[in-house]
Design a protein around this ligand. Structure first.
Ligand code: ADP
Ligand code: MG
Length: 559
């Protein structure tokens, strides 16, 4: 049987695609600029093998200009251009990517910086345009062409009048509708912010008109506002620069430019990986807690770039929750994007990057704890709680990643100590890691339960945050030493002999304890003689896993 080809209602297809695959209209500019960059890249690669083509860096640029009166945006490039057949093929066929074909042809040597691959990005212009005109003159030819379409009734190709090699795309911005305004896309400063957001690291200059204030040339010392054409993109991303050439200030500037935070970051981590998956990343550990950090509104995530073009503002999958305070970005050319280039097709690559990043952050924090204690404590002040939540969540799954990063106040030193430090100086006969919970250090110090433990010369960790005790319950032990609350039933301080002695004393006073139990009724479970008291007559203790403090917290939780 002869196979028939699918027919597609291209009008419908175009409409569907344009309006459903992209989450934001503004990305049309990202797509057109990416195409312009690809076109210049192709010139560059062509020049490597074709002597007839010269590639002088200065001759290559992308120019973006808006005209409010004419309601147009033009994107002009000095790239390779298109001949008639290419116009037909690349802009007349949805999902036909000349760039992907180019990349495949040149795979071995070069071409991996080329962005295009799906053959749909161009049509995103119709999200804001009711007419698009493409004027193009291919490299090495004297002919120019004009392609034109309203995105509904098909397209036309005719002879054009473009003088220089390259392509100019004119986007006729839609008239405002009742509830939709398109005017923002005619505002050059708004366009500039879109360029900055998505296309800042396009490797060719993007020229735009900007208003600058200047002293007048007539020496009158007056300032005037003039319009000047300027390169608006940074071009070379800081993460592609050599670490040795970058200063702390460069990283801090990047941190502020990207609005990662208002503070000065405590630490930056610059990663370049050239393994099975290639990626670069710059991460920051901030100093201060963002105001919404411990609220539901806070969104974790890193910026995700594919070959220098922003794909996602906040990719949450790149960071585990317990490192959600980390800010920064990842750029990789090895991601398989979905058609809108806003999401990934496989998260395999992302997972592997995320795992790698997690290890680097952990190492950096460990180094900080070891070598820059003061800085680490600043960090811990802001984000320590998040680490403890990390130990507690998912049934303590991450405790091994985090246990060495935890710090607590202690009875021995009026500062934060790590569990390693605690265990290191434990006397030989001490079996447990002791802790006491309370609202504040002051309050804990006054707890009768702490006296005996301290008398023994044992150190006590002070838990002042609700999450503390829950977290160590998940850990159960550290280096084989179990955690023990000073208010738990058996503190493990007495020898067998001492235990027997207390039992005897207890039975001698049985009558009195029975009477006390009777009077208190079911307010307490039992009244017993205690060996742990020194200067206080009585104290409360709990039996089993849940301590009194935990009970209080659990009682407050919503059902
Ligand atoms: P993609 O970029 O994913 O290939 P597009 O729909 O954005 O898909 O573009 C389709 C094709 O049109 C490109 O692959 C390229 O061959 C061609 N093209 C688009 N814009 C230009 C341009 N400014 N200069 C030269 N060729 C272009
Ligand atoms: Mg494209």
């Amino acid at each position: 049987m002869a196979k028939k080809e699918f027919k597609a209602e291209s009008k419908r297809l175009l409409e569907m695609m344009v309006n459903s695959i992209y989450s934001q209209r503004e990305i049309f500019l990202r797509e057109l600029i990416s195409n312009a960059s690809d076109a210049i890249d192709k010139m560059y690669y062509r020049a490597l093998t074709d002597d007839a083509i010269q590639f002088n860096q200065e001759d290559f640029y992308i120019r973006v200009h808006a005209d409010k009166e004419a309601r147009t945006i033009t994107i002009e490039d000095t790239g390779i251009g298109m001949n008639e057949a290419e116009l037909e093929k690349n802009l007349g066929t949805i999902a036909e990517s000349g760039s992907l074909a180019f990349k495949k042809e040149n795979e071995a040597e070069n071409g991996h910086d080329i962005i295009g691959q799906f053959g749909v990005g161009f049509y995103s212009a119709f999200m804001v345009a009711d007419r698009v005109v493409v004027d193009t003159k291919p490299a090495g030819s004297n002919e120019a062409y004009r392609w034109e379409s309203d995105g509904v009734e098909g397209y036309t190709i005719e002879a054009g009048s473009k003088q220089e090699t390259g392509t100019t795309i004119t986007v006729y911005v839609k008239e405002n509708e009742e509830e939709e305004s398109y005017d923002e896309f005619l505002d050059e400063s708004h366009l500039q912010s879109i360029v900055k957001k998505y296309s800042d690291f396009i490797r060719y200059p993007i020229l735009m008109n900007t208003e600058v204030q200047k002293p007048k040339e007539d020496d009158s010392e007056e300032i005037e506002t003039v319009t000047e054409e300027k390169t608006v993109n940074s071009m070379v991303p800081i993460w592609r620069k050599n670490k040795a050439d970058l200063t702390e200030e460069d990283y801090n500037n990047f941190y502020h430019e990207k609005h990662y935070g208002f503070d000065e970051p405590l630490k930056h981590i610059h990663i370049n990986v050239d393994g099975a998956i290639r990626y670069s990343s710059i991460l920051f550990i901030p100093e201060t807690t963002p105001f919404d950090f411990y609220s539901k509104e806070f969104e974790k995530g890193l910026e995700l770039y594919s070959s220098g073009v922003l794909i996602m503002d906040k990719s949450p999958d790149l960071l585990p929750d317990y490192f959600s305070f980390v800010k920064g970005m990842v750029d990789s050319e090895d991601l398989s994007l979905n058609i809108s280039r806003e999401m990934l097709q496989h998260d395999r690559q992302l997972k592997s990057i995320a795992k790698n990043i997690k290890t680097k952050i952990k190492k950096e924090l460990q180094n900080m704890l070891k070598n820059e204690r003061e800085n680490y404590e600043k960090f811990y002040e802001s984000f320590g709680r998040q680490l403890k939540f990390g130990v507690y969540n998912d049934f303590g799954q991450h405790k091994d990643d985090l246990k060495d990063l935890l710090l607590f106040h202690s009875s021995k030193e009026k500062k934060l100590v790590s569990l390693a430090e605690y265990v290191e100086r434990m006397p030989e006969d001490q079996k447990y890691i002791y802790y006491a919970t309370g609202e504040s250090i002051d309050r804990i110090e006054k707890l009768p339960q702490t006296e005996m433990v301290k008398d023994k010369g044992y150190e006590i960790l002070y838990f002042t945050e609700e999450v503390d005790e829950f977290a160590i319950k998940m850990m159960r032990e550290y280096e084989g030493k179990e955690f023990k609350s000073v208010s738990s039933g058996d503190l493990g301080l007495e020898s067998e002999e001492e235990k027997k002695e207390s039992e005897e004393t207890a039975s001698e006073h049985k009558e009195m304890f029975d009477r006390m139990n009777e009077l208190l009724g079911n307010k307490v479970k039992d009244v017993r003689i205690s060996k742990r008291l020194k200067s206080h007559p009585v104290c409360l203790t709990a039996e089993g896993e849940v301590t009194i403090e935990m009970e209080k917290i659990l009682a407050q939780m919503p059902e």
